[in-house]
Write a protein that binds this ligand. Sequence first.
Ligand SMILES: C[S@@+](CC[C@H](N)C(=O)[O-])C[C@H]1O[C@@H](n2cnc3c(N)ncnc32)[C@H](O)[C@@H]1O
Length: 494
Amino acid sequence: MTKNNPTPTLNPSSFSANENGERSIKHDENNSNQGTERGKKLLLQSVRELGGGRSVLLDKNGKLIAGNKTFDAAQEAGLKVRVIQAERNELVAVQRTDLDLDDSTGEARRLAYMDNRVAELDLAWDVEQIAQDASAGIDFDSVGFLEGELRQLLDQIEAGNEAGNDPGDQSEQVEELVKKWNVVAGQAWQLGEHRIICADAIDLYAINQLMESEKASLCFTSPPYWVGKDYETQTSEAEIDAFIEAIATTIHAVTKRDESRIVINTGTGFTTAFDKKSKRHVLLLVDKWTNTLRKMGWNLRHVRHWLKEGQLMSTSPKTDVIDQHNEFLATFEHADGDPKRFDDSFDDQDISLLMTFYHSQGKQRGQEWTGAAWALRSYWDDVRGTARANGHVAAFPVELPLRHLMLYTKRGEIVFEPFCGSGTTIIACEVMKRKCRAVEVEPKYVAATLERWSLLTGKTPLPSASPQMRPSTTSGGTPLSAHDQFGGNGESNG
Ligand SMILES: C[S@@+](CC[C@H](N)C(=O)[O-])C[C@H]1O[C@@H](n2cnc3c(N)ncnc32)[C@H](O)[C@@H]1O
């Protein structure tokens, strides 16, 4: 198009025409933005409700340089496409003659919001494509990526590839799996670099067998939270408080006090889960964990919120129940600890695994850098994978532990998971090359974990010689204390 000629003109040589004489617009098959489900939905909604907005950009052959998804949405909504040719020194301004930012309909203002929001929500880098383009010589510096940002994206490839092979929660076939793996209480297994024991996480004798005097750099776990699951055995709030205290004692005993973290993923519980006759009272469990851990010297550093997909509960004015799809991720650090400090002895690999905190190279090496957008955000609505409604009743997606492993641990460090469930934290540790020490009381979930890890790695978990039962001197009496089991009340960093 030229400024004097508003009528769209097509240079016949620049487009191939199909047999009906229509010129085709083609997708860029190497587009590195995959888009997101949420972004695509909003885009389609915007086009359907408010019509065409910002233009898309084509190369001289009619291939989309920018706006692949906008083009798809426009096609789906049945919009006509008008092609305007332009040169390097021109900007095409699309004027919508039916919209007025200053009128009272608010339509133009809504379109402005949707346009910005789609740009925000519909970006999901295809790291494989970026890697390909980087090795083909695209200078990512010149297109707005800092070196660390590019590196972090590339680092995701390895972990992402392996996580993509995760066979998923194996809990549907648990009865056969319990027989297959011969899971009994007290039995421990070695799964490559990881270990799991079928035991109660408050049993410090079992925990001692599991840890073999090692200490964890991160405890990442999702404890029961009293919403009516079978494994919630407590029947009063006092019992819940005692349970939280006992588990906190275990976690305290096995977690280092340097810059190590405890991350508790929990929702809110409710009293009617264990006392049907009670007047429903919502339990803010993150508060209970905070108060209990604080008594042991663990300070709450921050709370993130995880928006769980597909967890909407029904609501009604009568029950006054709001949906349960938002969970907390409470992160604690011991009062004796320091936040992660850059250490010159870190090799590039260590740093690349802490990329959310530090620049790894160049003049800025060691300077703080929170390159991953999610690391800065306290509200996570972009965790891929859903908590499953079938299989394990309360699994979390692998990406949840993966993110915390990236944030708080280095390769080879130990991660404690006292409520292993279907083995999600073990899978995350496997792909991130951390060592998981896991506990799960239910044989069926231990079996599901063994199967899941075995399918992912092609290896066979090795059982310990025999189930480790607590010595009879303690079985009928007082449980072993952290002091008995770990020495010095577990204060040593090990
Ligand atoms: C919320 S689920 C954790 C699910 C896990 N994050 C996953 O992705 O599969 C809690 C798990 O803790 C287990 N559990 C409950 N009480 C326990 C205890 N005292 N000791 C060890 N495990 C326990 C339950 O059997 C259940 O599998």
